[in-house]
Design a protein around this ligand. Structure first.
Ligand SMILES: *Cc1c(COP(=O)(O)O)cnc(C)c1O
Length: 432
């Protein structure tokens, strides 16, 4: 499969090159040149297939012959070694729980797939040609990337995080693994971390010394595998014979855009909903036609505090850059922190369901939308385990959350981080 840059000023590349580069040289996001729908019999028989077979059918055209079938299936088996339950929350509404992986966030799927692809491509290289994955995190990305890449040959990972601004659990997930994972603790904000990472990607000083790549959802190997669980949810709900509407709590719009790719492959999804916090660029665009990025605002659903969603260009491409086509497939709703907390309380009191702040926004958006589409079945994505957001959960609910074993396991480990406060310190670290 070939990929082109959505800025249209760079050469087409292979799957491998797109994964290793992350971003195209013209700073555009990579996008597949062709998308071929899956045959009808795949959807007719999906209930007879296991998760690995479903994922293989979904991803194989995007990898092409660059990873042989048996290796690709082995990668998928390893990546998908946990459950993706669809839990009924009330009549016509289900939660798709994406938090049963090692770091309890949906990002585990993409991070693990990308790590294993890079590991596959690097397996014959000598030390000097190592790939360095450089990533800035406001919390969840760092943990998923650290865990996903741990021990992968030929790849080392450098994670920048803002000192004192991630939760204790998230910090432990980032800083305790060791081996090929290094955490740089930045005296600054998440925006400072991200600015340093961007500067490193533009700096020619690493040419010939280090191959830097990104592990956020601009990378196709992190973005595309996020299609899988939309197929799994369809399989679970197919027998209801209802129109399916997916509500996705969104920040960088990688997750929802992967759902739209699944739809492009023929998955019968009736409609998408983007739920956002105060960072409401896309809901405003859908309403007014004006797309205005702005500095991010801090909220209790902090993994969605994004003022310039990087994957939105891919969503536009999927809808032929036609606003009306987009409006017929996507609705957007935004909520403030008080509304989010109220939804967490309502879900707990009325439905006996504990949602995290991101999932709660997905639920709110779904409720609002279903008022207009009563005959459909709605699924909101529960994107992280509520234990990761204890400090912003209502106290009476927080005390009911049981400590999952994969979180317990890191809490007692010792933190290792290197303190930095400016780009020169990052550069000297990377060059030594
Ligand atoms: C990353 C993240 C999101 C946002 O996903 P995007 O793909 O960036 O839209 C939502 N919820 C949680 C818990 C996350 O970690």
């Amino acid at each position: 499969m070939k990929y082109f840059s959505l800025n249209h000023k760079a050469q087409d590349v292979s799957f491998k090159e797109a994964v290793v580069r992350g971003l195209a040289p013209d700073k555009g996001l990579y996008f597949p040149k062709y998308i071929k729908a899956l045959p009808d019999y795949f959807f007719q028989n999906i209930e007879t297939l296991d998760n690995v077979s479903i994922a293989y059918e979904a991803i194989k055209q995007f990898v092409g012959d660059e990873i042989p079938e048996s290796d690709l299936k082995a990668i998928l088996k390893d990546v998908l070694s946990f459950d993706f339950p669809v839990v009924e929350v009330e009549s016509n509404i289900s939660a798709l729980e994406l938090y049963h992986g090692p770091t309890m966030a949906f990002k585990d799927v993409g991070a693990r797939f990308m790590a294993r692809c890079l590991g596959y491509f690097n397996k014959d290289k000598d030390k000097k040609e190592q790939v360095t994955v450089l990533v800035a995190t406001s919390g969840d990305t760092g943990g998923a990337v650290a865990s996903g890449f741990l021990g992968v040959d030929g790849v080392d990972v450098t994670i920048l995080y803002p000192s004192g601004k991630v939760s204790d659990i998230q910090e432990k997930q980032l800083t305790t693994l060791g081996q090929n994972i290094t955490a740089l603790e930045v005296d600054g904000t998440f925006d400072d971390c991200q600015a340093m990472v961007k500067q490193a990607f533009l700096d020619k000083a690493y040419n010939g010394k280090r191959t830097l790549t990104s592990a956020n959802s601009i990378n196709i190997a992190r973005w595309l595998p996020q299609m899988f669980y939309f197929f799994f949810a369809y399989k679970a709900l197919k027998s209801s014979n209802k129109k399916l509407i997916f509500s996705v709590p969104s920040g960088n719009y990688g997750n929802i855009c992967a759902g739209m790719m699944a739809q492009k492959l023929g998955l019968p999804i009736h409609h998408f909903i983007a739920g956002t916090n105060a960072n409401n660029i896309v809901p405003v665009y859908l309403k007014t036609g004006n797309y205005n990025t702005k500095p991010s605002v801090q909220t209790i659903s902090n993994a969605m505090d994004v003022g310039a969603p990087s994957n939105f260009v891919r969503i536009e491409e999927l809808h032929n850059n036609d606003l009306e086509a987009l409006r017929s497939n996507l609705s957007g709703y935004s909520y403030n922190d008080a509304e989010t907390t109220e939804a967490i309380n309502t879900l707990y009191n009325n439905n006996n369901y504990i949602a995290d702040p991101h999932g709660a926004i997905g639920y709110l958006a779904l409720k609002q939308h279903l008022a207009k589409e009563k005959k459909s079945h709605g699924i909101f994505l529960e994107t992280a385990h509520p234990i990761k957001f204890l400090d912003v959960m209502p106290k009476n609910i927080a005390i009911k959350i049981k400590m999952p074993s994969q979180i317990e396991a890191v809490l007692h480990n010792k933190k290792h981080s290197i303190n930095i406060s400016n780009y020169e310190q990052l550069k000297s670290y990377l060059l030594n």
